[in-house]
Design a protein around this ligand. Structure first.
Ligand SMILES: NC(=O)c1ccc[n+]([C@@H]2O[C@H](COP(=O)([O-])OP(=O)(O)OC[C@H]3O[C@@H](n4cnc5c(N)ncnc54)[C@H](O)[C@@H]3O)[C@@H](O)[C@H]2O)c1
Length: 177
């Protein structure tokens, strides 16, 4: 995929997988918005990435905050072509141990960030991406939504989460799981 002049909205962009994605995208000529709840790290990362990177701080599970960040991205770069979802937390423990059952509040928090937050971002970015100009004479658009580091497996068919944006970009979406 040619990333030159493409605009990417990257959650968890201040660290790890998200930051590595942003570095590679910038090197390939893309513009990025780093969305992360760690404002200090996001600010520092955007500074280091240069003029084609900006950041917004907030929780992926907040409709209001993600909407505001998307608006910031659109105001700065015109649109969004690519949405990469890396924001997340990991927590692994036994369902039950000698100390008792797995804490339900912890499980709920992981689901809220990793699942609800990812879906929240997917749907709000998709709303912008569906209005992108066609990129060829058949009216096709090249938009991509990726969920990195997740164990979710959504079926790859038109209308499903990870490839909902454009059935014509199915080959690109299929590479993301
Ligand atoms: N790195 C791996 O090899 C690997 C493997 C499997 C799964 N994962 C999962 O992928 C995700 C990213 O991994 P990573 O290594 O990049 O982790 P990381 O901790 O380096 O980066 C995650 C980023 O997400 C941000 N974040 C966390 N909760 C957020 C929220 N509610 N809203 C906005 N931003 C939030 C953090 O501030 C952080 O900058 C995690 O969920 C991790 O469990 C990673």
């Amino acid at each position: 995929m040619d990333l030159n002049d493409k605009v990417a909205f990257i959650t968890g962009g201040a660290s790890g997988l998200g930051l590595a994605t942003a570095q590679n995208f910038i090197a390939a000529g893309a513009k990025v918005l780093l969305y992360d709840q760690n404002e200090e790290n996001a600010n520092k990362a955007a500074d280091e990435l240069g003029a084609n990177a900006i950041f917004a701080a907030g929780d992926v599970a907040s409709e209001e905050a993600v909407k505001a960040a998307i608006q910031k991205c659109v105001d700065a770069f015109g649109t969004i072509h690519i949405d990469v979802n890396c924001a997340g937390i990991g927590f692994a423990t036994r369902t039950v141990s000698k100390d008792g059952p797995h804490r339900l509040d912890v499980f709920e928090t992981v689901l809220r960030i990793n699942l609800l937050g990812t879906f929240n971002t997917l749907r709000l970015c998709a709303e912008v991406m569906q209005n992108n100009e066609p990129t060829n004479e058949d009216g096709e658009r090249r938009n991509n939504q990726c969920c990195l580091g997740r164990r979710f497996r959504w079926a790859n068919r038109s209308g499903c989460l990870q490839c909902q944006q454009e059935r014509h970009s199915r080959h690109d979406a299929a590479s993301c799981a």
